[in-house]
Design a protein around this ligand. Structure first.
Ligand SMILES: NC(=O)c1ccc[n+]([C@@H]2O[C@H](COP(=O)([O-])OP(=O)(O)OC[C@H]3O[C@@H](n4cnc5c(N)ncnc54)[C@H](O)[C@@H]3O)[C@@H](O)[C@H]2O)c1
Ligand SMILES: O=C(O)CC[C@@H](O)C(=O)O
Length: 525
């Protein structure tokens, strides 16, 4: 039974779903990275929110980890390259808390427009400062949206309901989508010059870090009010403080900070500054949503192999997974076969699908081919890290889909580019389930790639099979299956034998010494 650790406070629905889906679950929250590394042990899954930092050290200590599930959107608390290198899938729940976070941005915009937190504190202190708190209307004001994705587009919709004009800066926003959203697509400089309110909704990347830098803040309209419910680090906090102090910035509301938890900040106590402790996603509705989604996704993956919302692996629905399973087995075997038979550096690989296979999601099939190929050299390779390793090694990976029907109802062909030229193997599924090799380097064969095997290329001549059989018999090696293929009578023949035990190097030397043998290799699947 797979075992998951929930290491951040999460709605109880998550644990309930894991248990219903046959996944054992422990909830242990508030641990330091060292404590987590010491206990991650043999868990198959780790479910987190934003407090747990999934570092390389934790991933290295996790001997059995297959999936990290983030109940939320941002995954900047997960070392994704380290997870990918270890073959751990990282998933998030990209939509579960978008409405809630957009509403928080709107709430902060109102709080700034009417100085609600300060007015509240003053009133409750018995001051009744009616003249101190003069606000501004939102109607007809311009809202500058930096980042027009899931949350940004909901903020735009709500702001339009408040009769605001919305201008958006997002390099990935198409003109068509801008029209659909009813926003005006502008450059960053234009947004800075025109917006009365600016709200940030981008991830923190090298391009967005300090997007509101001192220089950019200086380009804003006098009195601008700024809201950040996305990520700390998008605004230069020192420059923001200076802008508030000088009065150029009329107000700022931060839900997120460069350092979290933000227990001290020069911004605290600044007039017209409002803050919340990363509460963007904190509504009961959003927390139920993300808890249910993360548990469903992780259980799908651990129980049936379905992959949804993974950041380092192609998606694969729970319905597709059983259909693809036999193909993945075939793909791994073909990848492993070419990996074992190809000497020297490979510069490229192509994965072709034909017949029934052409109707399937090809990405997982390619991932399985690469995993089989690279596992020949490292047993820590799986479908998650194989594409990354392939890229790292400069392997040119191509996917080809043929609509044509060939000799087989379904066919998968793997061709590797080597210094000696292209080498190709192909396989099919018998009865839609059983993987079979049907072509090996241009020669038709029919073999089940399983267990220990002996591969021999020899000159097709009478008596050879008898001599090989005798040698194996004398060496105490039992033959399970025997597959023979040849290009032309009297030409080159290929033999694939499954044997009960591993072929020793001593036996291999004797096979190579048989007259007519050109190549002999021990294979394992
Ligand atoms: N405060 C919270 O509790 C909370 C809750 C949920 C999400 N978030 C954060 O909110 C942010 C947005 O989430 P989302 O779901 O809308 O993400 P999203 O991926 O749907 O949208 C992000 C948008 O940013 C745009 N973008 C990327 N680089 C940009 C750049 N250089 N300049 C301008 N735009 C750029 C993208 O094109 C995309 O449209 C994320 O950082 C997420 O982690 C915070
Ligand atoms: O889990 C949280 O409370 C914060 C979530 C938020 O930062 C996110 O990116 O989804």
């Amino acid at each position: 039974m797979p075992k998951v650790l929930i290491s951040d406070k999460m709605d109880p629905k998550a644990a309930e779903i894991f248990r219903q889906r046959g996944v054992e679950v422990d909830e242990i929250t508030g641990k330091t990275p060292d404590e987590l590394a010491a206990m991650i042990g043999d868990y198959d899954g780790l479910a987190i929110r934003s407090s747990t930092k999934v570092t390389k050290a934790i991933l290295d200590a996790a001997t059995n980890l297959k999936v990290v599930g983030r109940a939320g959107i941002g995954v900047d608390n997960v070392d994704i390259p380290a997870a990918s290198a270890k073959g751990v899938v990282v998933m998030n729940t990209p939509f579960g808390n978008s409405i809630t976070t957009a509403e928080h941005a709107i709430a902060l915009m109102f709080a700034l427009a009417r100085q609600l937190p300060e007015a509240d504190a003053s009133t409750q202190a018995g001051k009744w400062e009616k003249n101190r708190f003069m606000g501004v209307e939102l109607t007809s004001k311009t809202l500058g949206l930096i980042g027009a994705g899931n949350i940004g587009s909901i903020v735009a919709d709500r702001a339009q309901g408040l009769k605001m004009k919305v201008v958006a800066f997002d390099p990935f926003l198409t003109p068509e989508r801008a029209v659909e959203m009813g926003v005006e697509k502008v450059t960053l400089d234009e947004l800075l010059a025109r917006a009365d309110f600016i709200t940030l909704h981008t991830p923190l990347t090298d391009q967005t870090r300090n997007i509101l830098s001192a220089d950019n803040l200086a380009k804003t309209k006098a009195g601008v009010r700024i809201i950040n419910c996305a990520r700390g680090g998008l605004i230069d906090e020192a420059a923001l403080k200076a802008g508030l102090d000088s009065g150029h910035i009329g107000g700022a509301a931060l839900d997120v900070f460069v350092e979290e938890p933000a227990k001290a900040s020069p911004l605290f106590g600044t007039p017209n500054f409002v803050s919340t402790p990363h509460l963007g996603a904190s509504t009961s509705e959003a927390q139920v949503n993300v808890a249910i989604q993360v548990a469903e996704q992780m259980a799908d993956f651990l129980v049936s192999g379905g992959v949804t919302n993974a950041l380092n692996m192609p998606s694969l629905s729970a319905e597709e997974a059983p259909k693809l399973k036999p193909y993945m087995a075939l793909a791994e075997k073909l990848g492993s076969l070419v990996g074992q038979l190809s000497h020297g550096a490979l510069s490229g690989i192509s994965v072709e699908v034909e017949g029934a296979a052409a109707a399937l999601n090809q990405k997982p099939i390619t991932g399985a081919v690469l995993a089989g190929l690279m596992r020949v050299h490292s047993d820590t390779v799986n479908m998650v890290n194989a594409p990354f390793l392939a890229k790292e090694r400069g392997l040119d990976v191509r996917e080809v889909r043929h609509d044509r029907e060939g000799d087989y109802h379904t066919l998968l062909r793997v061709t590797v580019r080597t210094q000696a030229g292209d080498r190709s193997v192909a396989g099919t599924l018998f009865g839609n389930q059983a993987p079979r090799l049907v072509e090996l380097f241009g020669i038709k064969v029919e073999a089940d790639l399983a267990g220990h095997m002996l591969y021999v290329v020899n000159e097709d001549a009478p008596g050879f099979i008898g001599r090989l059989g005798s040698l194996l018999g004398e060496s105490g090696v039992n033959i399970g299956t025997f597959h023979l293929g040849r290009r032309d009578a009297g030409g080159e023949a290929v033999l694939l034998l499954s044997v009960d035990d591993a072929v020793t190097s001593d036996l291999l030397t004797k096979v190579k010494a048989l007259p007519g043998v050109k190549t002999a290799m021990a294979l394992a699947f």
